[in-house]
Design a protein around this ligand. Structure first.
Ligand code: GRF
Length: 217
């Protein structure tokens, strides 16, 4: 089996990155983590990646100033140089231009800590608590030009408890994130995902897999 070559883009602690690296450490997993790129030299995830023996690269966005396109060209050059098939965004805190998104359309996925389309953007756990929702969760989706809006690949729901704080809720959601991101990348690398009319379908499988509910969170 020729494993797909994956780059993970991070900006911070990299726990989802670590979950993907752990999954890909199984030789039967259809993707290999070829490269981790961070736009911040101080991202804790870089050390985790290096410890796991994964190649890392810092491409700092700051020298590019407001020129997002130039930053992305540098990023894209690096990804092309190592023949990346797929990109996983994992806590990557840069907005991407339509050029970059179009270039990687169908080959770039992201994890978001909410049940999209609810709670796009930042501070999802605080906002979920404020809204009083009883179910919260995480979503993996294809990246499209509009932030947090691409076709959904898999979602996991967790309960919201009365005593939750943003931190306790975040921890419960994060555990779910670590379960669904490797699942989504597996399906992508296996070529089992198709997008028709903005909806992502999973081929040749029981697609109830695409919804995980964790009653005990
Ligand atoms: C996660 O909650 C992810 O859903 C969001 O950013 C956070 C990154 O955490 N996009 P980590 O760096 O993967 O630990």
């Amino acid at each position: 089996m020729l494993r797909k070559r994956v780059a993970i883009l991070i900006s911070g602690r990299g726990s989802n990155m670590a979950a993907l690296i752990a999954a890909a450490s199984d030789p039967s997993y259809p993707a290999a983590i070829t490269l981790v790129v961070s736009n911040r030299a101080d991202a804790a995830g870089l050390i985790r990646a290096e410890t796991a023996g994964i190649a890392t690269r810092v491409i700092d966005h700051k020298p590019f100033g407001k020129d997002r396109a130039a930053f992305e060209r540098a990023l894209d050059d690096k990804l092309s140089a190592v023949r990346i098939d797929f990109i996983c965004l994992a806590g990557f805190m840069r907005l991407l231009t339509p050029w970059f998104v179009a270039k990687w359309e169908g080959r770039m996925i992201n994890i978001h800590p909410a049940l999209l389309p609810a709670f796009k953007g930042l501070d999802t756990h605080t906002r979920a608590l404020a809204a009083g929702v009883k179910l919260h969760g995480a979503s993996v989706h294809f990246v499209t030009a509009e932030t947090d809006s691409g076709p959904l690949i898999v979602q996991a729901a967790v309960p919201v408890r009365d005593a939750d704080t943003p931190d306790t809720l975040a921890a419960r959601v994060l555990a779910a994130e670590h379960r669904i991101y490797p699942l989504a990348l597996r399906w992508l690398a296996e070529g089992r995902l198709t997008v028709v009319g903005g909806r992502c379908k999973l081929a040749e499988a029981d697609n109830r897999n695409a919804m995980l509910i964790s009653p005990h969170g």
